[in-house]
Design a protein around this ligand. Structure first.
Ligand code: FAD
Ligand code: SIN
Length: 560
């Protein structure tokens, strides 16, 4: 059959890859005279942003200070944070939240009366509490904050005639000087992206004067995760292949309380449930169960004075240790003692979802396990979101901006997306040259590949990768386990590279290729860190070194 000619390139002023909080904030901050395309690999609302529950952190409570939020962020981050970034984000938090409120995000208000005369909206927002925060600091929309934020940003972007929202477009590689016609004369830099169009099944060229990477995190590299399917680290892998440094990939955050249920694999029980007084308990012993007791001992006192409000890394490790000590499959999160009205008011989404699954959390404890939740590492950026590659900016979970250090403080992530989404757009405009041109880009070459006849290779390798990452590169690490993981990553890299070189790309193959790269970067980083700090805990080096240093991987230095 005659092959169709390659599709024409699509040219924009700015290309934003990713339609979550970071990407949409960047697009909305750019001026309306620029043409902007926002790509999403599935639906526009399918990223992690829409799944966020707890809320967004900001200094709003009387008596709270920027200094206190900065200190909490750096304590959680085990001193690895870059103080300048932490200050930059914390100080812009309340303005970022005001902008969301102006777009119509209906943050919950205090329920005690109408407020004082002259009181502003932000003084009346209800603030919840989460682990590691020394104040009530989290604005929220019930227990489904992310959905409200995503809807508001999506609606605002859809209303802007200069913004094209392009779902179903899987970016697969950044366009750099290597892809320019007559490449010998091309200047180093990013000029767009090749993307697989799920509708036409063709690879399309998008070109732009500025490209923003906002593709979210990589937690689906683990078998158990709170994240949507698309969190496969595509942006990290694309930037790495294009020559950008990545940093701190060993710090993957495990959320302590993901629902443990045979049918539902990635439903989060928000940290605000512990913030509002929920207790972690062991399952009842057989003797307790025989007496009708539904939940056993509280155990956090054995691990940390802050009990259930210790930072996530400590709580997740405590749960992991109890599960291993007792050989149990899960622990329990008990919020029934908060009262049925309180639970229904503060956690309506969780209450309703659990009822569908036969669990009434106003009377029964909730079975929970830790699961991979957030990538603290990523593409290195400065305070303007600039990467190592001219023409390429990045914002949100795909980056390592210096904010989170060795462990992210709860509810600082949406905040980072909002602040850096804006910073990136401001920096693009500060450098904007209306006369700049984009070079001619070569079409995607499919002349030497055929359709795959063995999709099983992809599905098998996906499952294997996630399994050994969970078992060998999980909450507690050892040199031996990391060595085993490194060995398996090496084999998979070769197999997937061969497969990629021979067969036409599909969304699953694109993601698998990226997951292998991300796993490689995580394992390399974990092996390089000979200490325990924040989320990286290894039994072989349990002490924390005196000096905190980022793990920086440079593609120029890493060859095999
Ligand atoms: P995302 O929102 O994940 O968006 C990524 C976008 O990139 C998507 O549009 C996706 O389609 C697109 N994309 C990815 N790869 C490609 C590709 N190859 N081609 C084209 N497009 C691509 N943080 C908080 O601060 N507070 C919370 O309460 C909170 N709760 C959370 C609860 C859950 C269950 C989860 C999973 C996370 C939570 N987080 C929370 C973390 C926070 O939601 C994320 O860190 C944040 O939303 C990331 O936003 P983002 O814009 O960087 O990426
Ligand atoms: C949660 O609601 O527990 C998630 C908060 C976060 O990840 O910041």
């Amino acid at each position: 059959m005659a092959r169709r000619p390659p599709p024409e390139p699509r040219a924009y002023d700015v290309l934003v890859i990713g339609s979550g909080a970071a990407g949409l904030t960047a697009a909305l901050t750019l001026p309306p005279h620029l043409t902007i395309a926002v790509l999403a690999k599935g639906d526009i609302d399918a990223g992690s942003t829409a799944w966020a529950q707890g809320g967004i952190a900001a200094v709003l409570e009387p008596g709270d200070t920027w200094e206190s939020h900065i200190a909490d962020t750096m304590i959680a981050g085990a001193g690895l944070n870059h103080r300048a970034t932490v200050e930059f984000v914390v100080e812009q938090a309340s303005a970022a939240i005001d902008r969301l409120a102006a777009l119509g995000v209906p943050f919950n208000l205090e329920t005690d009366g109408e407020g004082r005369a002259g009181e502003t909206n932000s003084e009346r927002w209800h603030l919840t509490r989460e682990g590691g925060h020394s104040h009530r600091r989290i604005v929220h929309v019930d227990d489904a904050t992310g959905w409200a934020v995503q809807q508001a940003l999506h609606a605002a972007a859809a209303a802007r005639p200069n913004i094209a929202l392009v779902p179903g477009m899987v970016a697969l590689d950044l366009v750099t000087e290597r892809h320019v016609e007559g490449e010998r004369f091309a200047a180093r830099g990013c000029h767009g992206v090749y993307a697989y169009d799920s509708a036409s099944r063709h690879v399309v060229r998008f070109t732009a004067k500025a490209v923003v990477l906002a593709t979210g995190g990589a937690s689906r590299v683990y078998q158990y995760s709170t994240n949507p399917d698309g969190s496969t680290g595509d942006g990290i892998a694309m930037a790495w292949r294009a020559g950008c440094r990545v940093s701190n990939m060993e710090f993957n955050q495990f959320h302590p309380t993901c629902l443990y249920h045979p049918q539902v694999k990635n439903f989060l029980i928000t940290e605000a449930a512990r913030g509002e007084g929920g207790h972690l308990r062991l399952p009842p012993t057989p003797a307790e169960a025989a007496r009708g007791v539904t939940a056993g001992d509280r155990f956090m006192a054995r691990y940390d004075d802050r009990l259930e409000l210790a930072p996530r890394d400590i709580v997740a490790r405590a749960i992991d240790a109890e599960m291993k000590r007792l050989g149990i499959s899960h622990v329990l999160l008990d919020i029934a003692h908060l009262g049925a009205d309180f639970v229904r008011l503060h956690f309506p989404t969780i209450h309703a979802r659990l009822l569908e699954l036969g669990i009434d959390c106003t009377t029964q404890p909730i079975p929970v396990v830790p699961a991979a939740h957030y990538s603290c590492g990523g593409v290195m950026v400065d305070l303007a979101g600039r990467t190592d590659l001219a023409g390429l900016w990045a914002a949100g979970e795909v980056t390592q901006s210096g904010l989170h250090g060795a462990n992210r403080l709860a509810s600082n992530s949406l905040l980072e997306c909002l602040v850096f989404g804006q910073a990136v757009a401001d920096d693009i405009m500060a450098q904007w040259d209306p006369a700049a041109t984009v070079p001619e880009i070569r079409p995607w070459d499919e002349s030497r590949v055929t359709d795959s006849d063995e999709e099983v290779v992809v599905t098998h390798n996906w499952a294997e990768l996630r399994r050994f990452m969970w078992d060998y590169v999980g909450i507690v690490r050892t040199d031996k386990r990391l060595e085993r993981a490194a060995h398996r990553v090496k084999l998979l890299r070769k197999e997937v590279a061969d497969y990629y070189g021979n067969f036409r790309v599909t969304p699953d193959l694109i993601e698998l290729r990226n997951l292998v790269t991300v796993a490689d970067l995580i394992v390399r980083s974990a092996r390089a860190r000979k200490e325990s700090r924040g989320l990286h805990f290894t039994s072989d080096y349990p002490r924390t070194a005196d000096v905190a240093r980022d793990t920086v991987l440079d593609p120029v230095m890493v060859r095999s």
